[in-house]
Design a protein around this ligand. Structure first.
Ligand code: SF4
Length: 160
């Protein structure tokens, strides 16, 4: 059975920066019942506490963080790039261990976002970009969907 890496906050786990979860869509509950899901919160796995200050990437590009060309900064200016990079590496290790080709990660996050991220101004402004974990997983060839693209994720899973 093909496994799927899923953001832990999409499975009802209260691991978001604000100490809350992000829902638990029916499809993910079904996959969980099938034993298909490998859950991960990259930020918590990388060593950050919950709750934690919100963090953004100036410019919003996770790939730039991977390359050392951007930092992940909290709203108070603390550099948490090392924790974000550690979480991304743990995600990569899980993907390799389980042969995972598909992930469903939370939209908009500086770790997990796959289409849009916040721009680093903490003003709610989104830009085209992907989080640090998503950028690393895509380099590995993993197809990364968000909770807003579950039909596409289900189709991609069927086509494996
Ligand atoms: S979006 Fe990703 S990093 Fe943020 S709480 Fe969810 S799983 Fe953790």
């Amino acid at each position: 059975m093909h496994k799927v890496l899923v953001s832990a906050c999409l499975l009802g786990q209260p691991v978001r920066y604000d100490g809350r979860a992000s829902g638990h869509p029916d499809l993910l509950q079904q996959w969980q019942a099938e034993g298909r899901i490998v859950p991960l919160c990259p930020e918590v796995a990388g060593g950050l506490p919950t709750p934690r200050p919100p963090a953004e990437i100036p410019g919003g590009q996770g790939a730039a963080v991977l390359e050392g060309n951007a930092q992940v900064l909290t709203i108070t200016g603390e550099d948490v790039s090392a924790q974000f990079l550690a979480g991304a590496q743990l995600a990569l290790a899980l993907v390799r261990r389980h042969g995972i080709r598909i992930a469903v990660l939370k939209s908009g996050s500086p770790s997990c976002g796959n289409v849009l991220t916040y721009d680093g101004t903490f003003s709610g402004t989104k830009v085209a970009g992907e989080g640090v974990t998503t950028a690393l997983l895509r380099r590995e060839g993993v197809q990364v969907f968000s909770e807003l693209e579950l039909e596409a994720a289900e189709l991609a899973l069927k086509q494996l």
